[in-house]
Design a protein around this ligand. Sequence first.
Ligand code: C2O
Ligand code: CU
Ligand code: CU
Length: 459
Amino acid sequence: MEVDGRAGNTLSARAGTRNFYPGVSSPTLGFSQDYLGPTLRLVKGRTAKIAVENRTEAPITAHWHGMHLPGHLDGGPQLAFGPGETWTPELPVNHPAATLWYHSHVHGETATQVYRGLAGMILLDDPEIDVPLPRTYGEDDFPLIVQDRLFRRGVMTYDLGHMDQMAGFQGSDILVNGTLQPKLTVPAGLVRLRLLNASNARTYEFGFSDGREFHQVASDGGLLPAPQAMTGLHLSSGERAEIVADFSDRRAVRLVSADIAGGMMGGGSMGGMMGGGGMMGADTGATGTLDILSIEVSEQPARVSGALPARLPATLPDLGAPVRTRDFTLNVHSGGMMGSMLNNLVGRDGQTMGINGSSYDMSRVDFHVPLGETERWRINADMMAHPFHVHGASFLVTGMGGRAVDPQATGLKDVVHVDGLTEILVRFDKPATAEAPFMYHCHILEHEDRGMMGQFTVG
Ligand code: C2O
Ligand code: CU
Ligand code: CU
């Protein structure tokens, strides 16, 4: 689906069913599809007029994750609209070319709604920049929405056990673009894969089954200034990366991931906390390999082959020196630690997670940021690693737990994997009022829904 502002475009959120396993139907949600939504093609410099219809039975939103939009267009929890209603935002597209996404963002329901399928990808193109990369959609440039799901007797199931409430929900079956055991045929040469981790909680460490090198060419917010060679790419929930791989050897290969449980901090501190029961401890760290996608190479030569250019037509913004610093700690327990852990284990309801000791409150604005001023945000996490996401702007990661910034965390980001003290520089150029503030939250959707979220105004 092309959304370029010249014509009206409708995303119709509705309930449906899909046979993920042959002959077994699963209840799903989708935007104009049974499951997930169409890829939106947005063009920089135009206005995208989108009508989002709610034909489901519950309130939904459409959040344009990664776009730089004022709060009233951002689709956060305050902009929920009910069954039978239609939201018609006009989105000014003035963001660099990037791989973004959209999903529902109703507080307390985001995990369930995204799991059922209310999400899709956005490809934002900038016709003014000639990018020397594969860019023919569906031919040498592929969107890959990666999600883990749990199937019981073939039925897609969202069933939160106690540990899932703590660590976030993980399933053992992988869907790519809504398909189990996906296969992709690519031309012989350079191919661009746009990876979106749209899983509720799972972190991936992507690579190829033969260990071949590939290049990352873009992160969340757009192209990197130079391709980065790597053999493994870490992607936590909500993050995107574009990679280019060379298939000119015509060998079939699999895109795989290390099977990383729960985003636990490296040392397995949660495993230690939980004692020898093995509920967590046993799955801490990589325990095997997940197949993500089988790739076969056709006889057809690719449009682009040979070496990638050393530089890409992108520069990172100079955000200047920060005017102030803000500190955030992501709390698995917003109250006393052991008491809240009991709450987590006993009750499914109520919010026990938070940031800086408080759980999300839709009616509380946590702070105000002056428009156009650069800030340093220092983010820390207790108990486990968390993907930290900010609405309304992209940021630059300047420090990661005292280590060098991971290669895949360079470039413009809107989600960063926080595993130890993480520092970002951010500047907000779009306003947001108390009626429709910007969110900052953990992108493990079960954590977000349980209150690991806050909101702020900009102006
Ligand atoms: Cu992808 Cu606040 O969300
Ligand atoms: Cu977002
Ligand atoms: Cu979290």
